[in-house]
Design a protein. Structure first.
Length: 309
DNA sequence: CGTCCAGGTCTAC
DNA sequence: GGTAGACCTGGACGC
């Protein structure tokens, strides 16, 4: 047995569109994830509690299920179950989006999301999403890919069947491994520039137990303000990065207002510019889902674009 | 070739 | 609390 099937249903019984989930945001294009052309399936290399990481392919299965197929030699039943649970986490199937869908159903411009959109893909760990987000700040997407690619290629533990080189087939590195890498790696290999010091400081704090990022995902009782405060306290994390990380944490109250979303919104509503306040007013009706509604409004055509990428 | 700036943040006023 | 300037990197531009 190398395949396990996962029902594509949210926790509130709402539908889940796998392809739309695999196109939910740009991180799907960063190692250790790799989407197929058209985003109909996804390869991802995941750590396991015991033994080497394994690469799985997530694709459409039977009867409204996602199938998770382990590449290479067959895993143990225990490991297959573990990989399936991690994929459920990555696909965010434990979230209940039905209250959001109830609001969106009355919004002509967002009613389409109720067919199963809005499930933001997440990394297995908060640490990974924090590192990746810092690698998106103040640089072009090509630079983000270079930095994250180098981190995974040189520091990530490979699956047994991984290719000899390249970033794929390797799990995202642990904080310990990223802390060991040292300044030289971030400067000369990842070419992360001034971000290197931020990444190193966060990796060291997490490795030494001074910082528990995973707690942010584990504890739903933490108020949004407290989560945001802790994120802003991290070196290299400002308002944009905190809002983006909070979205990966399933906290959608804040809108991501940055140099891409503002002009994109303006273009979609046929204006030259758009103010933060006007956008916040437009999406206020979504309450705790405002940031998610805004994001989906901007990325509606991403699935269609994926067909021609 | 120099300047600008990309899915910003930090520090110093 | 709000606002300049500096900041690594490397493509995209203008000259």
């Amino acid at each position: 047995m190398r395949t396990v099937e996962i029902p594509l249903v949210g926790r509130g019984g709402e539908p889940v569109d796998l392809r739309r989930t695999l196109s939910s945001h740009g991180f799907v294009d960063l190692p250790p994830m790799r989407p197929s052309v058209g985003h109909r399936s996804l390869e991802i290399t995941l750590r396991t509690a015991r033994g080497r990481p394994r690469t799985v392919r997530v694709h459409a299965g039977r009867d409204g299920c996602a199938a998770v197929t382990v590449l290479g030699r067959a895993p143990s039943a225990e490991q297959l179950g573990e990989l399936g649970r991690t994929v459920r986490h990555v696909l965010r199937l434990d979230a209940d989006l039905s209250p959001f869908y109830a609001l969106a159903a009355d919004d002509p411009e967002l009613a389409w999301v109720t067919r199963g959109a809005g499930r933001m893909l997440r990394s297995p760990t908060v640490f990974e999403d924090v590192v990746k987000t810092i690698c998106t700040t103040n640089c072009a997407w090509s630079a983000t890919r270079r930095m994250v690619g180098a981190i995974v290629e040189h520091l990530g533990e490979p699956a047994p069947e991984a290719p000899a080189s390249g970033p794929h087939g390797r799990a995202f590195p642990t904080p310990e491994r990223m802390a060991e890498a040292g300044e030289g790696f971030y400067r000369e290999v990842a070419r992360a520039g001034y971000r290197g010091a931020y990444l190193l400081a966060i990796a060291e704090a997490a490795a030494e137990g001074r910082l528990d990022l995973e707690d942010l995902a584990r504890d739903p009782e933490l108020p949004d303000e407290e989560v945001e405060r802790r994120l802003l306290a991290l070196p290299g994390v400002g308002p944009y990065a905190a809002a983006h990380i909070m979205m990966t944490l399933g906290r959608y109250h804040r809108l991501i207002l940055d140099s891409w979303t503002l002009p994109t919104y303006a273009a979609k509503v046929g204006r030259r510019t758009a103010s933060d306040r006007a956008i916040e007013r437009r999406f206020r009706r979504y309450g705790p889902f405002a940031g998610l509604a805004f994001w989906l409004f901007l990325t509606r055509d991403w699935v269609d674009d994926a067909l021609v990428r």
